[in-house]
Design a protein around this ligand. Structure first.
Ligand code: DX5
Ligand code: ZN
Length: 217
């Protein structure tokens, strides 16, 4: 197993984004997680295309873009152009999820689907073979620094089972409230990628924290 870490820049110092991106560049992180919130799908507004472009100008790791927006299909090409390597949309925001996933893949990006804490894994049954990533939300999306929802472990097990049963190649990514307290258990349950915002950026030595998370298994 190769534990992958994606620090979330939502918790970074936005007035020093270049410095923060360079910190991630020089760390053991595998991806840079970028949270896009529209104030409609989630009750918060974070950043938009120009900020993604700016991050991409300095990043030397793939951008893992998490779209918490309604009608994401209207913005896929723009995010790809801004530098997204992975584009993940919420199943709850996509009535035509299959089409949206195909569109992401046609742009040459890895395609992900994210599910909110209340959305059952069973809903992924008929899309799991099409996606490269599933983001299991372990908090309600919209804010960093929230408490990890314990029911997530069960969902990781269920999803890992579905992936094996269907022969899917999807990676399991966990987003929200990740820390040293749950990282090991999440990887053990079958998670492949952990997103960490506050835990990384509010630590004294973020690069060291990233390394510790990655080496926890
Ligand atoms: C929440 C975002 C997360 C967030 C995680 O809506 O999708 O990516 O940045 O932050 P922490 O790790 O602080 O919970
Ligand atoms: Zn996220």
């Amino acid at each position: 197993m190769n534990p992958l870490i994606a620090p979330s820049v939502l918790a970074a110092d936005f007035a020093n984004l270049q410095k923060e991106v360079e910190m991630i560049n020089g760390s053991a992180a595998d991806y840079i997680h970028v949270d896009i919130m529209d104030g409609v799908f989630v009750p918060n507004i974070s950043m938009g295309l120009p900020v993604v472009e700016a991050i991409n100008r300095y990043a030397n790791k793939p951008l893992d873009v998490h779209l918490m927006i309604v009608n994401p299909e209207n913005y896929l090409a723009a995010f790809q152009k801004a530098g997204a390597a992975h584009i993940t949309v919420h199943s709850e925001a996509c009535p035509h999820l299959h089409r949206t996933i195909q569109s992401i893949k046609e742009l040459g990006c890895k395609a992900g689907v994210a599910v909110n804490p209340h959305t059952p894994i069973a809903q992924l049954e008929d899309i799991i073979r099409e996606v490269d990533i599933v983001i299991l939300m372990s908090v309600n999306p919209g804010f960093g620094g929230q408490k990890f929802i314990e029911n997530t472990y069960k969902k990781v097990h269920r999803l890992a089972k579905l992936i094996v049963e269907t022969g899917s190649h999807a990676k399991i990514e966990i987003d929200g409230g990740v820390s040293m307290e749950n990282a090991r258990k999440l990887f053990d349950a079958g998670a492949n990628i952990l997103v960490a915002g506050n835990f990384v950026f509010s630590s004294e030595n973020p690069q060291e924290t990233i390394k510790k998370l990655k080496n926890i298994v």
